[in-house]
Write a protein that binds this ligand. Structure first.
Ligand code: GAR
Length: 206
């Protein structure tokens, strides 16, 4: 059985990457294998997490690239070298063009720290999402894993998990609870679900 070759895209601390690595070790992710971690920043701690797990890494920076097309060519070259079937965005903060998302249609998934369609889309990333949820006064938030298309946070939903807001929550405490109780659970689950589908397709085609 050929497994699904996974690339994880990161930009920062990489706690979601760590959850994926741990899930692979625990056998929760069994239909795919993380072959490559791509970071948009050379300073991302996620790169160290990958290195500690023995996973190859590549840094592809938008700032260093002459254009969006050059940036994406750098990414595509790395993906082809590793024969990647599935891209998992785990806190990846660079924009991917419609050209790129169309090329990998139904092959890119993302974790977003709210219940889409609330607190999502352009400008909603990281702590900002939680600041806005608290400002609005919602009593429940959570996380969503969805396919990535040309609309920011607009692709088909794969999994969602709700998390209750508690009295006295700050953006930081809410972010932490949503990571621990939702993101780190549903991202590995969704990765296995889609990896399994791709693996079955791949092996049927042989
Ligand atoms: C996570 O909370 C993730 O959901 C969020 O950034 C954080 C990355 O943390 N992503 C977005 O806001 C995307 N719109 P990590 O580097 O520790 O996984």
């Amino acid at each position: 059985m050929l497994k699904t070759n996974i690339a994880v895209f990161v930009s920062g601390g990489g706690t979601n990457l760590q959850a994926l690595i741990d899930a692979q070790k625990a056998g929760i992710i069994k239909s795919g294998e993380i072959k490559l971690v791509i970071s948009s920043s050379p300073a991302a701690y996620a790169l160290e997490r990958a290195a500690m797990a023995g996973i190859d890494t590549a840094v592809v920076s938008r700032k260093e690239a002459a254009s969006q097309a050059d940036f994406e060519k750098g990414i595509t070259d790395a993906l082809e070298k590793y024969d990647i079937d599935l891209i998992v965005l785990a806190g990846f903060m660079s924009i991917l063009s419609a050209d790129f998302t169309r090329r990998y249609e139904n092959r890119i998934i993302n974790v977003h720290p709210s219940l889409i369609p609330s607190f999502c889309g352009k400008g909603f990333y990281g702590l900002k999402v939680h600041e806005e949820a608290l400002k609005y006064g919602v009593k429940v938030s959570g996380a969503t894993v969805h396919f990535v298309n040309e609309i920011p946070d607009g692709g088909k939903i794969i999994l969602q998990k709700a998390v209750e807001i508690e009295d006295g929550d700050t953006p930081e405490t809410l972010q932490k609870r949503i990571m621990e109780k939702a993101e780190w659970i549903i991202l590995p689950e969704a990765t296995e679900k889609i990896s399994k589908e791709i693996m079955e397709e791949k092996n049927a085609a042989i």
